[in-house]
Design a protein around this ligand. Sequence first.
Ligand code: SF4
Length: 246
Amino acid sequence: MTTFETTSRMALRDRAAGLSQRYDGCRAPEVLEAVITTDFAGGIGLVSSFGTEAAVLLHMVSRIDPYVPVIFLDTVRHFPQTLAYRDALITRLGLCNIQSILPRPAAINADDPDGDLHGRNPDLCCHVRKTVPMLAALRPLSAWITGRKRGQAATRADMALFETQDRWIKVNPLIDWSADDVAAYMDTHDLPQHPLKGQGYLSVGCAPCTRAVKPGEDPRAGRWAGAEKTECGIHFENGKMVRAAE
Ligand code: SF4
């Protein structure tokens, strides 16, 4: 890494730390309003999986500016119910700038010609189908909004309201939200549930890598069940997880 890159990264980290301090204790809609209309006006997007809790941020963003880009990583491995839910929410919330990003056909042909990469090397599969397309979609932006929460996993317990990843700042407005907070918000605003939630899918990703959870299990226990993998990799710098796996 050059001195210039090191200095830029330090400046970005300082900016994220300053923003975390400035908006500490603010409610999620206030944080979103500020970053969308002021701090990153015209340069921020929401990356959404259209999963079981996604409607909260989608609703908040739609009320501030329905033209904020919403990036959906269409891995071509999603449940049809997720795609139907995505389309229903777009209509219901009046979202005007949905970007459903597909993996590059050349990458699929090279790395997953038989469609079984998720079973052989799930890190590489997520890299090809999620991380690389997401990095391309983020190129015009300087910040992105995520729905990550501290309580979702041990690996997320220490995350900050504003983080850095590569050259982007990540905003985590729901950082301290619990499952009850999400349920209450969806109830208050009469937001529809993901169609699979009622069948025990508390966290929904791609169909081959998601199963319903049993009563008492961690909500994310159904993701890559039986494998060591717990994160898809879109939140790792430079896709470092897949390089470690190769
Ligand atoms: S979640 Fe599974 S199918 Fe989807 S990109 Fe990752 S490994 Fe592939």
